[in-house]
Design a protein around this ligand. Structure first.
Ligand code: NAG
Ligand code: NAG
Ligand code: NAG
Ligand code: NAG
Ligand code: NAG
Ligand code: NAG
Ligand code: NAG
Ligand code: NAG
Ligand code: NAG
Ligand code: NAG
Ligand code: NAG
Ligand code: NAG
Length: 813
């Protein structure tokens, strides 16, 4: 039960996505256009023989498989145009809105015939034309030769060994051997040869081996894609579903599934490139691809460029660069060009260093620079190809486009500055923990001034940022663009992991999912290595889940860099987040924290987080959860949001850990684990009942964390101290204090209460408290979605007066 719930997937209407092509052979269009429906039911028959030849479009017959799942015949596309195809038979709409799985690539008119003459299968378009049937082998003359459609969708001509499964078009069916064949999208632009997805027959943009599992062999009956290494992907494991693999006109490879029990639509259960813009050829040279909602893309010219011709996907410079010494750069935020001639990261000390190296090279048309501190610098030499915009993935990445210095246009891709300034990376130094004995007025004054300065600049940036960025972000959200990039995580061997962690010698934590060790990879990256316990499933499933986790890219999510699945071990390798978890900063009274064995830092005094940082942490965490819930193809419930799982980076930038792991749990463990583990106090009331767990459970946990961020009190410690009184329920108590007694200051963290200034902090704290109250509503349907929560915190939507959170829901039935 839980696994299924956690893997809800959106339905994607159809495989017939809108497509964008530089040159779509027009005649393929008919395969996509709505097909006029027949009024009369066609007659069905089970085989074509010499005796019932010839077969013509006018005969109104379909060849049916025994199980009535597939049909073959002449499909009409326009008044006098036909294609000979195999499709999923649907009695209610026999000849329209069909999903075609195979067809002869020739357009036929009403004079065409399919016949068996002297043991040969002949498809002709008019009496005297050549045989259009694809790659027919030498026939063994046989009077009994016939054409039949098998239950598995294979059209077989028994006069020779001809099978439609050997000459696939754009679709593969279960049990159809992928090996040795190639499927091609209907528009002819994209191909898949069992290992590589290619554009223009040469340019590979996705490979199976990237994920180290060899190649696709076939889709089996139970929904697994078999690879050379065994099962490498599972769809809904249910024998009853119809499934197909299809390469779309957008270049994406997808597995579709139709389960009568589940839904009445074909749904996408897997796709190679969730982010369509990473498919090469979506846009032409110099153009930048922007996704528009998962199923299609559009192309935009960067500043200084214009479309070569109207409606073209290519862009050209408005002002040619005549003198390479006389050039400047335009910054395009969140843009990445992936098709230059040498995409090697040359590494640089800083931005000006990277820029200087581009200026030195007359072939350099621009460079990409990453602001994340890694010094990533890529020169774009000779050509600019396959550009795409993705604030979700290229979070700190900008493209610097070289233009003639007489160019006056401003950049048309903005937003990064404000994000860099508001979300996290501004360097902040925190006041050290207040020393009760010598808190002087002077200290307070200094701190207040700091706060004021920080707040004012913060607010200024924030509004500047909102103005420009919201436009992009909303666009990104409505378009579903802040999405998953492709590419799998790196697989490490056990000995590599041992070497990195020095034999697991530096434990840094113990979580519900297993022990965590600090380590350093051979490339000097510092990592946190998490050894999982009780993981269900085989290597293939583990890989599939890990790939999904690794695709979650967000500034506020801990990055997964790799994994190890060897000798029964299940190890995840994460980026190391230096400042530890939020609980260490919030709860410092030294009281035991629910018996958790994580107090390796006892004694070390962490600095007190000021209001602005607390606010930023709240917004960051909300955005990351919203991303998990709403912007990922396979949305993920976290199920265990609590301060221990919120890590703080260098600049106290929050990063959520342990997301996606709930899926790896053994089923039996799922429910009990979440009850028993240290999540007491953060679990939504519905966990206590057995009904559906929805994203709203995370919203509840987040609300609790939000209240703790404000109060600095563990919610269940509060319960302890008030157990005698009616105020034992922390959210209820906080509500009464704030909204009934109007004493906000009573719930504020005592450690920085003195720094609370009504004028400066009221808005932030008020937003946090009100949002928390909404998140903590007992009924899931009353809680806002996480996206809404993030907006409430940001202040971009008005927050209504909340109702008092209660736990009556529990006692309902
Ligand atoms: C096929 O034709 C036969 C006889 O005409 C009819 O009984 C049967 O229901 C048809 N099957 C379908 C799936 O239309
Ligand atoms: C057959 O067509 C009906 C009506 O359009 C539709 O509801 C149903 O899902 C289709 N069945 C299949 C197997 O496509
Ligand atoms: C076939 O199509 C032509 C027009 O292209 C039309 O004149 C003719 O009548 C059609 N024949 C039949 C049998 O429908
Ligand atoms: C087809 O070919 C036969 C003989 O080869 C000829 O008699 C006939 O006129 C041709 N028909 C057409 C429509 O070209
Ligand atoms: C499809 O079904 C036919 C008849 O059952 C069988 O002979 C053939 O081997 C099947 N093809 C595949 C690829 O399983
Ligand atoms: C698939 O094709 C490959 C090569 O063409 C062949 O070696 C293999 O046996 C086939 N597998 C099945 C299950 O037919
Ligand atoms: C598929 O194409 C890629 C790129 O051209 C090539 O490297 C690979 O060997 C091909 N795979 C097969 C199975 O032919
Ligand atoms: C496709 O490849 C050919 C050569 O392999 C090249 O000339 C052509 O420009 C490419 N087309 C596109 C759209 O990239
Ligand atoms: C699908 O429905 C059939 C009958 O309606 C039922 O027997 C079967 O158990 C269902 N399968 C699943 C996986 O729910
Ligand atoms: C790409 O650039 C790097 C660094 O400048 C250089 O070492 C490498 O040889 C280049 N590769 C190619 C294929 O030109
Ligand atoms: C960037 O790095 C170069 C090379 O180390 C150094 O000379 C320069 O001063 C640095 N510039 C800035 C702004 O730090
Ligand atoms: C940009 O594209 C390159 C080449 O495909 C890729 O390696 C890189 O991860 C992308 N993103 C960033 C932020 O550089």
């Amino acid at each position: 039960m839980p696994r299924r719930l956690l893997q809800c997937r959106p339905t994607e209407q159809t495989q017939m996505s809108p497509f964008f092509s530089l040159s779509i052979p027009l005649f393929f269009l008919f395969l996509l256009s709505p097909i006029p429906s027949y009024s009369a039911q066609p007659q069905n028959f089970s085989s074509l023989t010499a005796a019932n030849s010839p077969w013509t479009p006018a005969s109104n017959r379909v060849l049916l498989s025994n199980n009535n799942v597939f049909a073959a015949g002449f499909l009409q596309s326009s008044p006098n145009l036909y294609s000979f195809s195999v499709w999923y038979y649907n009695k209610s709409t026999p000849l329209s809105r069909t999903i075609v799985v195979w067809s002869v690539k020739a357009q036929l008119d009403n004079s065409s015939t399919l016949s068996i003459t002297s043991g040969q299968l002949v498809l002709s378009n008019g009496p005297n034309t050549s045989n259009l049937w694809p790659s027919i082998e030498t026939a063994r003359p046989a009077s009994s030769a016939k054409l039949v459609l098998h239950d598995n969708g294979s059209l077989v001509f028994s006069g020779s060994d001809w099978e439609s499964f050997k000459v696939p078009t754009d679709t593969l069916l279960p049990n159809q051997n992928i090996s040795g064949t190639t499927i091609t999208s209907l528009n002819g632009r994209f191909t898949f040869n069992s290992t590589d997805l290619r554009f223009n027959n040469t340019d590979s943009y996705w490979t199976v081996s990237e994920t180290e599992t060899g190649r696709f062999l076939m889709l089996d009956d139970s929904g697994f894609i078999l690879g050379e290494d065994g099962r490498i992907f599972s769809a809904d494991v249910d024998e009853k579903c119809l499934r197909r693999i299809n390469i779309g006109n957008d270049g994406n490879l997808r597995v579709y599934s139709y389960c009568q029990n589940d839904s009445t639509e074909w749904t996408v259960v897997w796709q190679s490139n969730p982010e369509l813009c990473k498919i090469h050829g979506s846009c032409g040279p110099n153009s930048i691809c922007i996704g528009d909602g998962g199923s299609s893309t559009y192309c935009v010219c960067p500043s200084g460029f214009r479309n070569t011709t109207p409606d073209s996907y290519n862009c050209e410079r408005k002002i040619p660069m005549k003198n390479m010494k006389n050039t400047k750069f335009i910054r395009l935020d969140y843009v990445n060009f992936t098709g230059g001639s040498n995409q090697t990261n040359i590494g640089s000390k800083n931005l000006s260093d990277c820029q200087a190296r581009c200026l030195d090279n007359d072939n350099c048309l621009g460079f990409m620079y990453n602001y994340d501190g890694t010094g990533r610098c890529i020169l774009q030499l000779e050509r600019l190809l396959y550009g795409y915009w993705s604030p979700g993935e290229n979070t700190a990445n900008a493209m610097f486009l070289r233009v003639d210095s007489s160019e006056t246009e401003e950049t048309n891709f903005k937003g990064l500055t404000s994000v860099l300034e508001t979300t996290c990376p501004v360097n902040i130094s925190l006041p050290s923990p207040p020393d009760e004995s010598n808190t002087t007025t002077r200290n307070i004054a200094i701190i207040c001034t700091l706060f004021a300065a920080e707040l004012i600049s913060g607010v200024a940036f924030f509004w500047a940022f909102l103005k420009k960025y919201i436009k992009y972000r909303n666009m990104a959200q409505t378009l579903g663009l802040e999405l998953l990039p492709a590419g799998g995580p790196k697989r490490f061997t056990l000995s590599e992991v041992k070497a990195a962690t020095n034999g697991f010698s530096d434990p840094i934590g113990k979580g519900g999912f297993g022990d965590v060790y600090k380590g350093e990879l051979s490339d000097k990256r510092v990592v946190a290595v998490k050894c999982l316990k009780n993981v269900a499933g085989g290597d293939g499933e583990f890989w599939a889940e890990v790939t999904i986790i690794a695709r979650m890219h967000h500034l506020n999510l801990v990055r997964l860099w790799g994994f190890c699945a060897e000798k029964g071990q299940r190890i995840l390798i994460y980026e190391y987040v230096p400042n530890g978890s939020l609980d260490k900063y919030l709860f410092r009274s030294g009281r035991p924290t629910d018996g958790k064995a994580m107090d390796e830092v006892v004694g070390e005094m962490k600095p007190v987080l000021d209001w602005n940082i607390r606010y930023r942490i709240a917004v960051g965490v909300a955005r990351a959860i919203a991303y998990l819930h709403e912007e990922c193809l396979e949305w993920v419930l976290h199920c265990d949001i609590k301060p221990e799982n919120i890590l703080l980076g260098d600049d106290f930038c929050p990063k959520i850990s342990d997301f996606g792991l709930a899926k790896l749990r053994k089923k039996e463990d799922m429910v009990s684990m979440s009850r028993i583990r240290g999540t007491r106090g953060y679990m939504a009331p519905e966990w206590a009942k057995t009904d559906q767990i929805t994203p709203k459970a995370d919203v509840y946990s987040f609300g609790m964390v939000l209240l703790e961020i404000v109060s600095g009190i563990r919610n269940f410690e509060m319960q302890g101290s008030f157990i005698e009184s009616e105020n034992w329920y922390f959210p209820g108590w906080a509500f009464d204090k704030v909204f009934k007694e109007m004493k906000v200051e009573d719930i504020l963290d005592r450690q920085i209460k003195h720094a609370y200034d009504d004028r400066m902090h009221f808005k932030l704290v008020d937003r946090m408290v009100k949002t928390a109250m909404w998140c903590l509503q007992d009924r899931p349907e009353l809680r806002p979605s996480m996206g809404k929560v993030a907006k409430m915190l940001e202040g971009t939507v008005e927050i209504m007066e909340p109702k008092k959170p209660t736990i009556f829901y529990l006692g309902d039935d």
